[in-house]
Design a protein around this ligand. Structure first.
Ligand SMILES: Nc1ncnc2c1ncn2[C@@H]1O[C@H](COP(=O)(O)OP(=O)(O)OP(=O)(O)O)[C@@H](O)[C@H]1O
Ligand SMILES: O=C(O)c1ccc[n+]([C@@H]2O[C@H](COP(=O)([O-])O)[C@@H](O)[C@H]2O)c1
Length: 215
């Protein structure tokens, strides 16, 4: 069995430290071999992004250029159809049959999981690593709570022993940041320093991506 890798999918419109810091902390604490940031092309369950696919890819590439172990996986950008995570994980599993996958999601994404395409099958291909996010708490009852209970994994070493199947709570430092808030600030001309990597911030300002955006 190869060492586990981390995958963080997202719209990244734009990428910010609420994505990057929890992902870095997770990579270190779980001893993941790498962290792949994977932008989606057509997000399945949300309004379409303001930045183009190419701009979101460039913003991510600039962000990871100073982060050892981080890479950008642009595979979903090549498909002109909704980016269903299950399809992507099936494709990745064919490429990496012996590598455990740790698919990172924030608590807000976990709560929406029952609306994802073939959601119960996600753990047939990856572990789910759930990051705390200010303002969001785990469900206590219902089908998602049952699913969590079935898959909960307490020992992080199990993430490396099994290719998939676990749900692990990552108690990382909470970061109260969202792309929605950043788009609003950028549209209003407010500073974003310290919330977005400097190289990414320079690029999006130079491209005037969110200047008069409709939030
Ligand atoms: N501050 C944060 N803390 C923990 N997880 C986060 C945070 N921000 C985003 N995430 C997680 O990162 C993934 C990608 O998020 P996404 O690109 O939609 O960012 P976002 O800030 O939630 O965007 P938006 O405000 O446009 O909805 C999701 O799983 C989301 O839960
Ligand atoms: O597969 C699905 O049905 C599905 C539904 C909602 C979100 N996702 C994935 O979850 C990740 C975070 O999504 P988002 O919308 O919070 O940026 C990203 O990789 C999306 O493609 C996937």
């Amino acid at each position: 069995m190869k060492p586990a890798i981390g995958i963080l999918g997202g719209t990244f419109d734009p990428v910010h430290y609420g994505h990057l810091m929890p992902a870095q902390e997770t990579m270190q604490k779980l001893a993941l071999a790498q962290m792949r940031l994977m932008p989606n092309h057509i997000p399945p369950h949300r309004p379409q992004p303001i930045a183009s696919a190419q701009q979101r890819l460039t913003m991510l590439q600039l962000a990871v250029s100073s982060m050892p172990g981080f890479t950008v996986d642009g595979r979903e950008l090549g498909h002109h159809r909704p980016s269903y995570t299950i399809d992507t994980l099936i494709q990745m599993r064919l490429e990496l049959p012996d590598t455990p996958f740790c698919f990172l999601i924030g608590m807000d994404s976990l709560l929406s999981l029952p609306h994802w395409h073939r959601w119960r099958e996600l753990t047939d291909y990856a572990h789910l690593i759930v990051s705390v996010r200010p303002g969001w708490t785990a469900p206590r009852q219902g089908e998602l709570a049952d699913f969590i209970q079935q898959h909960q994994m307490g020992d992080p070493a199990d993430l490396h022993r099994h290719l998939h199947g676990g749900l692990y709570w990552m108690q990382n430092t909470p970061i109260d940041l969202s792309a929605t808030q950043l788009r609003a600030d950028l549209a209003a001309g407010r500073a974003v320093a310290g919330r977005i990597p400097a190289a990414t911030a320079d690029y999006l300002q130079q491209q005037r991506i969110y200047c008069r955006s409709v939030i």
